[in-house]
Design a binder for this molecule. Structure first.
Ligand code: F6P
Length: 341
């Protein structure tokens, strides 16, 4: 079948590098004389009348000078209607009405569930490109946006370290990742955080014991040396987040701790080289997959090479933080305690 016209949209939490992926998709598609229709505001662009009207062909000019921009020129959204059969049917109808041969969705695993649901209602090719700062999509070593988010976290905590050092304060910094600890572990290790609290090393079944252990470690470190103490923690780990954990440390252990929630700053900013390059490679691979007749797949990178993973497999599990990284943090913590440095 000759591919004439494809659609692209960005869905879920935006991630630095999504624009680089859109650019590379449009450039690669134009090479094969394929028209690319941009749909706006995630899946809302396929199911809501006001957004369907915004759909338009993306020209080479539209994607020039966007590789360096954070966010997404196509806007993004989380679309409730795509969780319902009538929403998926509506999306399929829009794709049919626009004579679309293939749909590329740049987003996380939630967005890929919507993509897979379309299979029942639409016979076009379905291609996922993993773009989320959370890096929790299974089957790919990295997702677009993760590396930049980690760098943003590092830059912010390096600044917090300066003021923490000046006052010899304890800081509790909450990082994004929804229910995964990839950002927290990577930022924590790169900032030499004294503690990394994430789902992989924290027992939510016994929070009292975890709090007492944390308090004991802070007190021990404070007694051994006068210095700052930075704890990074994953969002959604502790009910009420960093604010509440800081409050409990004061109430239960008389520890003064300054909470800081980095929040959406981690989603913004110009993508770093790694994300621009990953996004460019993935965009080209997505078009290649379409040309090769592939469908129901996600573009993935493993050991620096491009692969295609079945969408079912990509959404089956959340990718976990590697045990090697968790062990590295534990080991460095133990060594630091011994050497008191
Ligand atoms: O999935 C990306 C992400 O930034 C998560 O890390 C975070 O939990 C969530 O999105 C925040 O979503 P929202 O911007 O809708 O509050």
């Amino acid at each position: 079948m000759t591919i004439k016209r494809i659609a692209v949209l960005t869905s879920g939490g935006d991630a630095p590098g999504m624009n680089a992926a859109i650019r590379s998709i449009v450039l690669a598609a134009h090479h094969y004389h394929i028209e690319v229709i941009g749909f706006y505001h995630g899946y809302n662009g396929l199911v809501c009348e006001e957004y369907i009207k915004m759909a338009k062909p993306l020209t080479l000019l539209d994607v020039s000078s966007i590789i360096q921009r954070g966010g997404t020129i196509l806007k993004s959204a989380r679309c409730q209607l795509m969780h319902e059969e009538r929403g998926v049917a509506l999306a399929a109808q829009t794709l049919k009405e626009h004579n679309i041969d293939a749909l590329i969705v740049i987003g996380g695993d939630g967005s890929f569930s919507g993509l897979l649901a379309l299979k029942t209602f639409w016979s076009g090719q379905l291609i996922g490109v993993p773009g989320t700062i959370d890096n929790d999509v299974d089957g790919t070593d990295y997702t677009i946006g993760f590396a930049t988010a980690v760098n943003t976290g590092i830059e912010a905590i390096d600044k917090i370290r300066d003021t923490a050092d000046a006052f010899e304060r304890v800081f509790l910094v909450e990082l994004m990742g929804r229910h995964s600890g990839h950002i927290t572990f990577n930022v924590g290790i790169a900032c030499a955080a004294e503690q990394v609290l994430s789902f992989e090393n924290f027992s939510s079944e016994n929070p009292t014991q975890e709090l007492q252990q944390l308090a004991a470690q802070i007190n021990e470190a404070k007694e051994a040396r006068h210095s700052s103490y930075i704890i990074v923690m994953a969002e959604n780990l502790w009910p009420g987040g960093a604010m509440e954990l800081a409050k409990q440390l004061k109430l239960q252990a008389d520890i003064d701790c300054t909470p800081c929630i980095l929040g959406h700053i981690q989603r913004g900013g110009s993508p770093i080289a790694k994300d621009r390059i990953l996004a460019t490679k993935m965009g080209v691979a997505a078009i290649q997959a379409i040309m090769d007749g592939k469908s129901n797949i996600m573009v993935a990178e493993q050991d620096n090479a491009m692969y295609f993973i079945a969408l079912e497999q990509a959404i089956k599990h959340h990718k976990l933080v590697s045990q090697q990284l968790v062990d590295a943090q534990e080991n460095i913590l133990a060594l630091t305690a011994q050497t008191q440095c």
